[in-house]
Design a protein around this ligand. Sequence first.
Ligand code: 6R9
Length: 645
Amino acid sequence: MSDNLYPVPEAWARHARVDAAAYERLHAQSLSDPDGFWLEQARRLDWIVPPQTAGDWSFDEADFRIRWFADGKLNVAANCLDRHLASGGGETAILWEPDDPKEEARRITYLELYEAVCRFANVLKAEGVKKGDRVTVYMPMIPEAAVALLACARIGAIHSVVFGGFSPEALAGRIVDCESRIVITADEGRRGGKRVPLKANVDAAQKHAPVLEKVIVVKATGGEVAMQPGRDLWYHEAAAKVSADCPAEPMDAEDPLFILYTSGSTGKPKGVLHSSGGYLLWAAYTHEVVFDYRPGQVYWCAADIGWVTGHSYIVYGPLANGGTTLMFEGVPTWPDAGRMWQVVDRHQVEILYTAPTALRALMKEGDSYVTSTSRKSLKLLGSVGEPINPEAWRWYHDVVGEGRCPIVDTWWQTETGGHMITPLPGATALKPGSASMPFFGIEPQLVDGDGALLEGATEGNLVIARSWPGQMRTVWGDHERFFQTYFTTYRGKYFTGDGCRRDADGYYWITGRVDDVINVSGHRMGTAEVESALVLHDKVAEAAVVGMPHDIKGQGIYAYVTLNAGEEASEALRKALRDWVRTEIGPIATPDAIQFAPGLPKTRSGKIMRRILRKIAEGDVSSLGDTSTLADPSVVDDLVANRIS
Ligand code: 6R9
């Protein structure tokens, strides 16, 4: 279908770092001579001790290990800051756009960022933080969030960022899991004109996190907060007492850089752990090649720092490359649905990277918000977080980019550290909705349910057959769970949890999760996590949660709830349960639909048949499949009759 193929624009083929021929050559080389390829690439970083070895790994149980550049030493913050000072200390590192467009933007040079990071690092040291300690970061989208991460990296502390939209309970769980005795937060955050009580949430979290000893508070809004003497300190007061000079700690390439909690198919979020050397190389290299980034260009990744996209593509990738990274405090729809395009014009953004859910939300407000802006600065568009539906893709391409800008639809995961399957703008003809081709060093495979390799044009489960530098190294505190989760479903291979189709041209099309993870507005949510929150409510006996199609969010959350004997279903209780989940986890986990169900479809061994629940939630009740193995097939009729549409 040629009208569905968007060829590489000629200028891109000529000027981009990687054209189609180079892609073929480099990808082949990255697989045939991985050590040579990656040792060469490693030279893009500034090493204290350059590595002599590249990958050292095995996905087999007997000698399971993942190591990259293990004999090299470096410091991540020095790579993001110090090495740019001589030639580009005056260049803009962070361009900060505040929530309220009437306020002034902030421009922070590399030299200023360097000094701020050194100071913050010295404050952490003064509070007793040492190499290997965990530091929880619960911050709004202000430059100090990036400063905090880099300050941790500078002294070798491991940061664990918790999204500012998570509740005190969710925050507490993450603090306890990684035994973090210190939290960096702000008085309040701001989003779309509203205030988020971050410091108050930390106070509430401490009740469930006795390990917490110190809270460093950045004054962001000036809002009233209670400070507990001995535990809480204002950042600006502490910073005034320390020097702006802090040597960077030499780190082994394999030393941990950060933990980031993500949802899986079991109840408890996993602490995904990333390394220093391999991770930074992956973030920097993909950022440069996939966005064809050149220093001087204004680049905007419109994610939150609380997600992996913010880590790799707001902070580490762009700063390692000496780039200008735009950080946006606000939301795409406030004060109106034209905000993103106004920001693009105001800062002359050349590269924009956002999520399909934001595009769908803006698309429904009509084209005039877009067309009333110039957007002439835009050269390249990116998409991440979930499969992009072809309709949103075309709107992004035709209306936002006026047909001028290629779209890189980047498939990757918290676990992968950076892009895995993605077009390269100068190399890959685009197909709307396809993440297209593997990045260098990536060997994707499709397997059937038994693990048999599927060849040619086909559909199956997506696995990655070999390690890559940006791969996560372990689940914090539970190495066994790391192995079990990712390497036992299909022996010897990394299982992504995604389904995928490969077409006759070898393009990959991600079809969505095949496990019990749902993707709500590009954010991963474990169904078991929402279920655990629901059953904590004293009126709930049992809950089963599945995804349902949602116009804007991609997937919404559909919960089936069985009440305790004697409890009455009511609208008030439905609302109470929604609020309950909001406070237990956070607004992103709020169920879109709650169906009260006297019984759930279970097999005779007591397993809930989610396949049936998914079909009912999707409204696809004519093809429920075989229900004969159910202990009580009649529950299905009740579920169908009372489904929420
Ligand atoms: C980076 C990020 C990972 C899951 C992943 C997949 C989905 C992400 C996608 C995509 C299709 C894309 N996903 N990007 N699906 N096309 N371009 O989102 O990480 O939050 O860990 O989510 O998101 O299902 O498995 P994370």
